[in-house]
Write a protein that binds this ligand. Structure first.
Ligand code: ZN
Length: 116
């Protein structure tokens, strides 16, 4: 997952140095901050994204309960119904992985006298 993300960032960067990126990621990917940062650092090593600070915006999944008919959102992949506690639920959504924005910092492409 991080490899694809790094590749995507690299394409957008077009040679520019990247200082940060914001990624919207669904709960279903079950990435927790530190594990994601490590995986990203490994995947980004040697690419324009290697110094990027990645901000994760975790989006919830939807839990639909068969027992009480309730619907709620959860940041837990193993969610149960928030209303009645039943585990007889359908879980949907929460599987997105979207690159929201990239921060190129102060540096711009085509700075005279600073060929990369
Ligand atoms: Zn319920």
């Amino acid at each position: 997952m991080c490899e694809g993300l790094v590749e995507l960032i690299g394409q957008r960067a077009a040679g520019r140095r990247i200082t940060g990126a914001r990624v919207r990621v669904g709960t279903r990917h079950a990435v927790v901050g530190e594990a994601f940062e490590q995986a990203f650092a490994i995947a980004a090593a040697g690419t324009p994204a290697q110094d990027a600070a990645v901000e994760l915006v975790v989006t919830p999944l939807t839990v639909a309960c068969h027992s009480c008919g309730g619907r709620n959102e959860s940041l837990d992949v193993l969610a149960v119904c928030a209303r009645c506690g039943s585990a007889d639920v359908d879980v949907s959504g929460g599987d997105e992985l979207v690159l929201e924005s990239i921060d190129f910092g102060q540096e711009r492409a085509d700075v005279p006298g600073h060929p990369r």
